[in-house]
Ligand binder design. Structure first.
Ligand code: GUN
Length: 175
């Protein structure tokens, strides 16, 4: 996440290509959403811009939503351990302390990830920057009781929260 934030006025004036490039990482491994959101400019506020990413994901076809959910790596999973996740995902996971877990905590994440994939056939996605290890574990236990449709909606809600924080990182704050 080394891309420097830009003021909203400048973002509203970027070429479609530059806008899509600036926001390519807002939805994990899914840069095409940034093209769609860019076409909805101008945005009156950073919150409106963030909401447009969440709305783009919520309005998509269920199969595309599943592909978006599946684009996320497992929390504290093999890819994260091997440093093979996006810069955004790595820094988010580190922010919740997932980069330094006890062996019991690793084992708990492993159990959760396995149970999730077995039940829903997609990874457990949660906005880790709004959570702690404890609430991430709690959330997993609660969400494992969901139906597949409920859980798809819960994952998309979290993806909207993740996207909002990523957008805030990419837009210069104004007083
Ligand atoms: N929450 C925030 N970032 C991520 C991620 O990369 N993967 C998962 N599973 N959840 C997240």
């Amino acid at each position: 996440m080394t891309r420097p934030p830009l003021p909203l006025a400048q973002i509203n004036a970027l070429s479609p290509e530059a806008f899509a490039e600036h926001f390519a990482g807002v939805l994990e491994h899914s840069p095409h959403y940034a093209e769609w959101v860019g076409a909805q400019r101008p945005f009156a506020s950073v919150e409106d811009l963030a909401a447009a990413f969440a709305a783009a994901a919520s309005a998509d076809r269920p199969e595309a939503q599943l592909a978006l959910i599946r684009a996320h790596p497992d929390l504290a999973g093999k890819a994260a351990l091997a440093g093979e996740v996006t810069a955004e995902s790595a820094s988010e996971q580190a922010s919740a302390g997932l980069g330094r877990l006890s062996s019991e905590e690793y084992a708990e994440f492993h159990r959760i990830n396995a149970a999730y994939h077995a039940r829903f056939n997609f990874p457990y996605v949660v906005c880790v920057r709004e959570n702690t290890k404890e609430t991430i574990f709690e959330g997993a236990r609660r969400r494992l009781t969901h139906t597949p449709d409920e859980e798809r909606r819960a994952a998309l809600h979290e993806i909207g929260r993740i996207a909002r924080l990523r957008v805030l990182d990419l837009v210069q704050a104004t007083e």
